[in-house]
Ligand binder design. Structure first.
Ligand code: PBG
Length: 326
């Protein structure tokens, strides 16, 4: 029955009614906060292209995390800046590597905070690619061994969840088997399953000093034009034992988030990446947009698209806004 019987505006008449019929909402429970951690002590180095975000030494990171824990953000995702880089990214799986050091310190101070570790070699290799290089090509199978080794070393240092972001074929299986064999069968894998080769990672590469020194990542990360391929990638990762699958970036890929959620019904994470954050910050700093409203609209939109988990550099501010609303 159309107008005049139907008047959708009746349900928009005031805030109480709008609250009652609201279909989606962002919750504190959905947020994961990525952080950058470096060696030395007393370091808080601002990242120019990501206002509000710093690289912290472990001692300073612990201080920052006090607020994160107080705000009840459930999880963080630390990225490490190694002391030295080499062809095999050996600090990624070193006993005294930056992530291993940070994990031990964080879990000691804040045992209740969930720490998800990004598993990739690009921050640790001198060539900046996500695997072992031969003839300018990233070799898949030799890289799997290093990823598996890194996953086990993260688990041994206290990681609560492992998130492989390298896009090698078969990595979830390799990581799952290695974790299981070493007594970590209870540690979930959150796979960066549909990870696109995106210009939105630009500011992150400054933050993590992880830009490739030659070429690009097109031979392993996905073509932004594809979504059928995302379905295949997600299916492979679930078959290999992924517990949570991720779509990354988020905003240009909302359709992919929705397709994955509808198709598989599994827990889905979306990564609201560095470039997405920086664009909002730049516009807000210029007074061109209302930052709080824009951020809440973006994060709610990612949830509406079908994500259960939203990884975002806005998490700390969003958590404060959510707290102040209630
Ligand atoms: C590591 C990794 C990247 C990001 C997360 N993990 C960079 C890349 O693939 O180049 C990007 C995150 C962001 O832009 O916020 N492979």
């Amino acid at each position: 029955m159309p107008f005049p019987e139907q008047r959708p505006r009746r349900l928009r008449v005031n805030e109480n009614i709008r609250r009652m019929v609201r279909e989606n909402s962002l919750s504190l429970n959905d947020l994961v906060y990525p952080v950058f951690v470096c060696h030395d002590s007393d370091q808080a180095i601002p990242i120019d292209s990501m206002p509000g975000i710093c690289r912290y030494s472990v001692d300073r990171l612990l201080r920052e995390l006090e607020e994160i824990v107080k705000l009840k953000i459930p999880a963080i995702l630390p990225f490490g800046l190694p002391a030295k880089k080499d062809a095999a990214g050996s600090e990624a799986y070193a006993e005294d590597g930056i992530i291993q050091k940070a994990l031990r310190a964080i879990k000691k101070e804040y045992p209740e905070l969930t720490v998800i570790t990004d598993l990739c070699l690009c921050e640790y290799t001198d060539h900046g690619h996500c695997g072992i290089i031969q003839d300018n090509y990233v070799m898949n199978d030799p890289t799997l061994e290093l990823l598996a080794r890194t996953a086990v070393s993260h688990a041994a240092a206290g990681a609560d969840m492992i998130a492989p972001s390298d896009m090698m074929d078969g990595r979830v299986d390799a990581i799952r088997s290695a974790l299981d064999k070493n007594g970590y069968a209870g540690i979930p894998v959150m796979a960066y399953s549909a990870k696109y080769c995106s210009a939105f990672y630009g500011p992150f590469r400054e933050a993590a000093d992880s830009a490739p020194k030659f070429g690009d990542r097109k031979s392993y990360q996905m073509d932004p034009a594809n979504s059928e391929e995302a379905i295949r990638e997600v299916r492979h990762d679930l078959e290999e034992g992924a517990d949570i699958v991720m779509v990354k970036p988020a905003l240009a890929y909302m359709d992919v988030i929705r397709r994955v959620k509808d198709r598989f019904g599994c827990p889905v994470a979306a990564y609201n990446v560095s470039g997405e954050y920086s664009m909002v910050k730049a516009a807000a700093q210029n007074g061109w947009v209302d930052e709080k409203r824009i951020v809440m609209e973006i994060l709610t939109g990612i949830k509406r698209a079908g994500a259960d988990i939203v990884i975002t550099y806005h998490a700390r501010e969003a958590a404060k806004w959510l707290r102040d609303e209630t």
